[in-house]
Design a protein around this ligand. Structure first.
Ligand code: ZN
Length: 476
């Protein structure tokens, strides 16, 4: 029997040195030398790579918001890289409005007052100036605030205010967003973008994801508009979704924990989801919320938490005592060190010298044997796993300032946190996430091994090809 596909290059994380991986149908059928693999070559076998690159299991992005990422591509980008001042924000919105018929909403995103040179959000008057004839909604980088122009408020029948907090709930379904065929096209583009980044599986823990939202996403996966394997976490009410597919699984319940959360209510939600057999993904970014999340998990017992792989999302600012508690409670941590790069300057400006040492404490968590998996939290940061790996090793801001360099981990470890650990975070590590005989053939061919290039060059390694379940998803 011949192979359908043979990937050539140094093989990541195999039990012995290997230079080739052969695939038949959806699975890996051979790992070893180039010579032995090429013996499986037939007339229709596809050969990936020239043997000089690196073959790894496909990247798992263990935390992104897929529909938001897809929609974002038709919105006006006002992130700091594109629009560092209010004048630049206004110019970007003006240009965006010029492309749209008068009266249609301009959806812009990405401002953050602490990054803008003026150190404040744009005013209603400034947005009116940018676009008097279009209603404008400019979303904060985090999604937790928005500013609108006068026409925007008038359209919504709301009294104008400087900043709209938690606009997701207020604006849901009130500002038209792409849907139907238009959205499906954006979804295909977004999936292709993930394939080009080497992402073969993503987890989508979007808070409040309803049964309808999940059904729609599953539909795109089944129709192959989305090529990746998809694991979702959503509202508790959606936990009755049982129609899992070959590449789609609804795994759990997303529970948001903030400074305002009541510990008993969080614990009750966690216990309820656990009782229904669901995994729990607890959003907790820093100190107080992390304590509440840990407390809720501790009530289940560490053995149960490990077995179910209940997870804490973010744990971005995590002092050593809390890291030790996370280890004791058995939780998996899903986090995104590339924020050190993207938002590092903000951390430097806003955190005390002591607090900076608590940012993304990867080495502390790893040495305490906490299972860690990496995600991008896209669209907040770009879905590019190599950037996360570089940030985990290098720990520098965009301008090159170090952030808690003692928390650095090595590139080979970081790679496993974006592959096997991501699969494990949704209990799929028996099926994919590493290269071995019989595993599903989710592979990426990189131009180089991240462990052999200078840390500052990891993010620029090119992705040559991406294979999902034995099928070519992307080739350079
Ligand atoms: Zn998120």
């Amino acid at each position: 029997l011949k192979a359908d596909l043979i990937a050539l290059g140094a093989v990541a994380g195999y039990l012995k040195p290997a230079r080739a991986v052969a695939v038949r149908a959806a699975r890996i059928v051979f790992v070893g030398s180039e010579r032995e693999a090429l013996a499986l070559r037939g007339p229709s076998t596809e050969i990936l790579g020239d043997g000089r690159g690196f073959v790894t299991a496909g990247f798992v992005d263990a935390h992104l918001h897929f529909v938001a990422l897809a929609r974002r591509t038709v919105e006006v980008d006002c992130s700091n890289q594109r629009a560092p001042s209010i004048a630049a924000v206004i110019e970007a919105i003006r240009k965006g409005a010029d492309r749209l018929p008068a009266g249609t909403w301009v959806r812009a995103f990405g401002y953050d007052e602490s990054f803008l040179v003026e150190r404040r959000a744009p005013t209603i008057a400034e947005l009116d100036h940018a676009s008097p004839a279009h209603p404008v909604r400019l979303l904060h980088r985090t999604g937790h605030a928005a500013v609108l122009n006068s026409l925007g408020f008038a359209r919504l029948g709301m009294a104008p205010r400087d900043v709209l907090h938690e606009p997701g709930e207020v604006l849901k379904d009130r500002i038209p967003t792409p849907r139907g065929a238009e959205l499906t096209q954006l979804v295909r583009d977004a999936s292709r973008r993930l394939s080009a980044a080497g992402i073969t599986c993503f987890h989508d823990p979007t808070p409040g994801a309803s049964i309808d939202d999940l059904d729609r996403l599953r539909g795109w996966v089944e129709a192959s508009d989305v090529s990746q394997r998809v694991v979702t976490y959503g509202a508790l009410e959606a936990s009755s979704v049982t129609r899992n597919g070959e590449r789609y699984r609804h795994a759990g319940v997303k529970v948001m924990v903030s400074e305002a959360s009541d510990a008993d209510a969080v614990a009750a939600a966690v216990a309820d989801a656990d009782r229904r057999g669901m995994q729990v993904a607890l959003h907790a970014v820093e100190g107080g919320p992390l304590v509440v999340a840990i407390d809720a998990l501790r009530r289940l017992g560490a053995a149960r938490v490990r077995e179910r792989r209940h997870r804490i999302e973010h744990a971005a600012l995590c002092p050593p005592a809390i890291a030790a508690e996370i280890a004791r409670c058995g939780a998996t941590v899903v986090t995104h060190p590339q924020f050190l790069t993207s938002f590092g300057e903000k951390y430097l400006a806003e955190l005390s010298v002591e607090e900076r040492e608590w940012l993304y404490p990867l080495r502390t968590l790893h040495e305490a044997r906490v299972p860690i998996a990496f995600g991008s939290d896209s669209p907040i940061a770009a879905p590019w796993p190599l950037a996360n790996i570089q940030a985990a090793v290098e720990r520098r801001t965009e301008r090159g300032h170090p952030l808690a360099p003692s928390e650095s981990i090595d590139a080979a470890t970081a790679l496993t946190l974006h592959t096997r650990a991501g699969a494990a975070a949704a209990r799929f590590d028996h099926a994919f996430g590493s290269i071995a005989d019989g595993m599903l053939a989710d592979l990426v061919v990189l131009a180089a091994d991240p462990a052999t290039v200078a840390p500052g060059d990891i993010s620029s390694i090119s992705v040559r090809a991406t294979v999902i379940g034995g099928k070519m998803a992307w080739a350079a």
